[in-house]
Design a protein around this ligand. Structure first.
Ligand code: AHG
Ligand code: MN
Ligand code: MN
Length: 357
């Protein structure tokens, strides 16, 4: 099939809009603005050191070093979407406070939440990175002009749309508007995202897991049990061998899982007991979780569906397990069993009176 015979993102959105006869087209325009931001970021990522990105950023609200491309990608999202009149505000991994729409622009009925560049520790080593976005309905008072952080604190199940762009060998946009998951590949000659994966589904079974195994001593027992069983392979309780992957770019892991199955775990670890996990609920766990669930997979905190978590803060972190449904459900079962107790601090674990079995 030639490119010109494929649907563009615009055509796909118009098709989807037919489900809503009263739709104004605002939503479609917003998604196209987000797609534009991703295309612009893809170009900057592709240039690498050839791009004259701004001087290195400070540290962000997470206390993490801001790479120049983190700062630039954040700017691209703001400039590309603030003007269109579809938003009442935005929130980003790279901004401490919510971003109000400047007075010179009309306000709209959506909120945009995003991680402008995910996996940015991989930029310098030329490994795939991505952008993650989530669209929420803006409460009336936000649309009217009184935007607060509270307006963003909506459970993931309330997302109107979500997706990610993956800046890999090809640039892809993965999108759900609540009726399954579609994949688009950027045709650099046309500058258009072309529909290449009309109805993505996460394979129910898998033999591939992704976790940062260097944190094993900090995990809760159910996670240690799950990973140990995978590593025990066919001689162990699972009766089959597993493969392990860890790219340190969640978007790349999510995409692999969407394409061929698998399970991703970033559980709470007590490396930093105050931190209930590494990944952020609003702009990492919820959008990726929405995509995975819409594709028939499951997204969990390890104990409960992540899309049901009521956010309490903009940059709140959460334990995250997602992927092939049967594996995520197994991990949730392990957490539910009597020994699914909370974190055992390594100090006491090492000092236990009982010799390890
Ligand atoms: P970000 O670059 O936006 O801070 O996100 C990085 C996240 C996620 O993409 C990845 O899975 C995880 O951090 C990697 O964590 P470790 O470096 O601890 O493995
Ligand atoms: Mn991220
Ligand atoms: Mn990021």
């Amino acid at each position: 099939m030639n490119t010109y015979q494929r649907q563009t993102l615009t055509q796909y959105l118009i098709d989807q809009r037919r489900r809503y006869p009263g739709a104004t087209g605002d939503f479609n325009s917003l998604i196209l603005d987000v797609a534009m931001a991703c295309k612009a970021i893809a170009r900057q990522v592709a240039l690498g050191k050839l791009a004259d990105t701004p001087a290195a950023g400070a540290t962000n609200v997470q206390g993490e070093e801001q790479k120049p491309l983190d700062v630039l990608s954040n700017e691209v999202f703001l400039r590309t979407t603030e003007w269109g009149g579809h938003l009442a505000g935005m929130a980003s991994e790279e901004m401490d406070q919510p971003y109000d729409i400047p007075a010179q622009f009309a306000r709209g009925k959506y909120l945009l939440v995003f991680d402008p560049l995910d996996g940015s520790s991989n930029i310098d080593v030329n490994v795939s990175v991505g952008s993650i976005f989530s669209v929420l309905r803006a409460p009336e008072e936000a649309v009217a002009g009184a935007l607060t952080e509270q307006h963003f604190l909506q459970p993931g199940a309330q997302q109107v749309a979500a997706g990610y762009a993956l800046y890999g060998p090809t640039t892809m946009l993965i999108l759900t508007v609540g009726h399954g998951v579609a994949g688009f590949t950027l045709d650099p000659n046309l500058g258009e995202f072309m529909l290449t994966h009309a109805d993505l589904r996460v394979p129910e079974e898998t033999q591939e897991f992704a976790i940062n195994a260097s944190n094993r001593r900090f995990w809760e027992p159910p996670v240690q049990r799950y990973v140990d069983e995978c590593q025990a392979g066919r001689e162990g309780p699972r009766g089959k061998d597993f493969n392990m992957r860890w790219i340190a770019s969640m978007v790349a892991e999510a995409h692999r899982i969407l394409m061929r199955g698998g399970v991703f775990l970033y559980p709470p670890d007590n490396k930093e007991p105050r931190r209930p996990g590494r990944l952020r609920l609003l702009y990492e766990a919820n959008p990726v979780g929405f995509v995975i669930e819409q594709a028939g997979g499951r997204a969990s905190t390890g104990r409960r569906p992540v899309l049901g978590v009521q956010p309490e803060a903009l940059h709140q972190r959460v334990g995250l397990v997602f992927g092939s449904r049967s594996e995520v459900e197994r991990i949730e079962r392990y957490h539910a069993e009597p020994d699914g107790r909370d974190i055992v601090t390594p100090l006491f674990a090492e000092r236990t009176l009982f010799r390890a079995a």
